[in-house]
Design a protein around this ligand. Structure first.
Ligand code: ATP
Ligand code: MG
Length: 611
């Protein structure tokens, strides 16, 4: 008996595909050979993908373990599992190779670590560790880590890894010599440490598969069907990985929308869509044109906007929906007024339509925008969740800055002092700090009081003594400043003079830029309070949120994080020149940057179903 007959015998009756339109059904049923589903937002691409998996399983074409399905976020992967289980029965999805690119690559790597030179239990470095390793390497080479900070190299190396370029391959394309040397040393060090970074997961996997034909053949046989969601955002490494794996069965189905490509800044290549038909000769292309998500008004707004982009593959969208809810454009004075308007609208929706809060989302361009919204929602007692990120006051740089304020103005606050005593690095070792703590504990006094006493008693010496007394003098000076200057000015001075801002200014990454924006936003928040004590008290109250986990909540997230999701009502906050479209994107990439911003706007608008 063939596998197919064998499976069919035990499988439930054929899947009901009547909930699909003709094109969608064609895409589900064309299981054999390469298939590209190229279609606009809300046309059912993800629905096609999940139904296709269910169909393959149900018709006995493959066991779960022979299907590889990749998506972009853990949230999307979980959603897909959920939908598949709903169609073919609980638990079936467990056997699938379904996950994000990184999680699946990791799963493969773990089985072949020896071939890469890693221990089987290799660890994955987080960005902090990564930076520490790079810093050591730079210092060993007597390089100036102020001028060329470790984070700069981390970003360069990550961009090579996005292209699956090993040091040797990067050399071939004539990369910068210094950066190359650092890259090489970094890779060697990681192997010594028995570790890999995030970018290594795919790159090592590509190397493994290209250098070991037997292993590659094994996976090619294993994965009879490969499915990829959000294909427009794959980078070169992911593309190469897919191409290797799919070369055997050629049963690869990618779904995507060139108009929703929003990760160019992380190495995503729209080119991958364009070359699909070249790489997989005879590929079938299905276009879906009916949108099932949004009202005609929403669709018209999105289509009208994206039409300004050049170099699109071009598609038309229509909807059978007759509902009319014109897209509202509301001009407000500032972000506070904007937050207040949104809060009022949400309350009105709850009253008028009994609309559930979890069907409402507010999408922003930049993380710092959530602050004004959060303040307002807390004041109005509207439950909210920050998806794919932290609440404003929980963010690292905000906590650090607040710790500086507390250490300065609440000299008895040991926790705050400990948090920033070595941020930026002041050469304070764990042992030295432990000694101060012991001294303070014995006498039952705060650390800040212990330091001068220890210095006087000769228990602090050399550099540590100078550093700590210097810091104490800074605190005193900043406290003094408050008598003549506003608390906003003093805070600004503290962030500058402590060297804290320099940490992020010297780092040229989008994350660091975001942190600087958050710090700016913190100053704006401070300006809304009469005094520092009042502000610090406010912080203590809001940080101690009483969160009820299963309560329905409004979602606040970035447009990037909202890819693939849908909500009844969507508020798009902060659409103003410079913020969105982002000035940085336009400065760095000009017209191409603006086009990517426009695609992001298209993603944002098309998340909405009704309003
Ligand atoms: P995006 O580009 O935003 O990722 P998508 O193309 O993946 O969108 P889906 O999320 O799969 O679109 O579908 C959008 C909505 O339309 C979902 O609520 C889905 O259940 C619904 N839908 C899709 N196809 C149909 C159909 N044939 N009949 C009814 N509803 C449908
Ligand atoms: Mg989708």
């Amino acid at each position: 008996m063939t596998l197919q007959q064998n499976l069919t015998a035990e499988c439930p009756p054929a899947l009901d595909l009547s909930h699909l339109n003709a094109e969608q059904r064609a895409a589900v049923e064309a299981t054999e050979g390469p298939l590209l589903v190229l279609a606009g937002a809300g046309t059912g691409k993800t629905r096609v993908l999940t139904t296709r998996i269910a169909h393959i399983l149900n018709t006995g074409r493959a066991f779960p373990g022979q299907i590889l399905a990749v998506t972009f976020t853990n949230k999307a992967a979980a959603e897909m599992r959920h939908r598949i289980d709903a169609i073919v029965g609980n638990g079936t999805s467990a056997g699938l190779w379904l996950g994000t690119f990184h999680s699946v690559a990791l799963r493969i790597l773990r089985r072949h670590t020896a071939l890469i030179g890693l221990p089987s239990d290799f660890s994955i470095l987080d960005p902090d560790d990564q930076e520490r390793v790079l810093k050591q390497i730079l210092l060993e080479r007597d390089m100036d880590i102020k001028r060329t900070p470790p984070r700069m190299f981390a970003a360069i190396i990550a961009s090579w890894k996005d292209k699956a370029l090993t040091p040797a391959q990067a050399a071939e394309i004539g990369a910068d010599r210094t950066a190359l040397k650092i890259y090489q040393a970094y890779q060697e060090r990681l192997l010594q440490l028995g570790a890999a970074d995030f970018g290594d997961l795919l790159m090592h996997c590509v190397t493994l598969l290209s250098q070991h034909p037997d292993i590659l053949a094994d996976y090619q046989r294993r994965f009879r069907y490969i499915l990829v969601d959000e294909y427009q955002d794959t980078n070169v490494a992911q593309y190469l990985w897919l191409k290797l794996l799919a070369a055997g069965s050629r049963n690869i189905c990618c779904v995507g929308d060139d108009d929703q490509s929003i990760y160019g800044w992380r190495g995503a290549e729209i080119e991958n869509i364009l070359r699909f038909e070249r790489d997989f000769v005879g590929a079938k292309v299905v276009r879906l044109e009916q949108n099932y998500r949004s009202t005609p008004d929403i669709l018209a707004a999105a289509s009208g906007l994206i039409a300004y982009n050049r170099g699109r593959l071009g598609k038309t969208l229509h909807t059978a929906s007759r509902e009319s809810t014109p897209v509202q454009v509301v001009a407000v004075w500032d972000e506070r007024a904007e937050a207040a308007f949104i809060a009022a609208e949400i309350e009105a929706l709850q009253l008028a339509r009994k609309q559930r809060l979890d069907t409402i989302a507010i999408l922003v361009r930049a993380g710092h925008q959530t602050r004004a919204l959060e303040e307002c929602f807390m004041a109005e007692a509207i439950p909210y969740r920050i998806i794919g990120g932290l609440r404003f006051y929980e963010r690292l740089e905000i906590r650090d800055a607040i710790a500086y304020l507390r250490a300065t103005f609440q000299p008895q606050n040991d926790l705050a002092l400990l948090r920033i005593i070595n941020v930026p690095k002041r050469g304070m070792g764990e042992a030295g700090i432990a000694k101060i703590r012991a001294f303070a504990r014995e006498r039952n006094i705060p650390l800040a009081a212990a330091i001068p006493l220890m210095a006087a008693a000769g228990e602090l010496k050399g550099k540590a003594k100078d550093t700590l007394l210097g810091l104490m003098a800074d605190f005193a000076r900043w406290r003094e400043m408050l008598t003549l200057h506003s608390h906003v000015e003093v805070t600004e001075t503290i962030l500058k003079e402590s060297g804290y801002l320099t940490i992020w200014k010297s780092e040229k990454t989008p994350e660091a830029q975001g942190r600087l924006e958050n710090l700016e936003e913190l100053l704006a928040a401070l300006a809304g309070f009469e005094s520092l004590p009042e502000f610090l008290e406010h912080i203590s109250l809001v940080m101690d949120g009483d969160d009820k986990p299963d309560e329905a909540k409004v979602s606040i997230m970035t447009m990037h994080g909202a890819k693939g999701l849908e909500f009844e009502t969507v508020f798009l906050a902060g659409w103003e020149e410079g913020l969105f479209p982002s000035q940085r994107a336009m400065d760095e990439k000009g017209g191409a940057g603006l086009e990517e911003e426009r695609r992001l706007a298209y993603v944002g608008i098309t998340r909405a179903r009704r309003q």
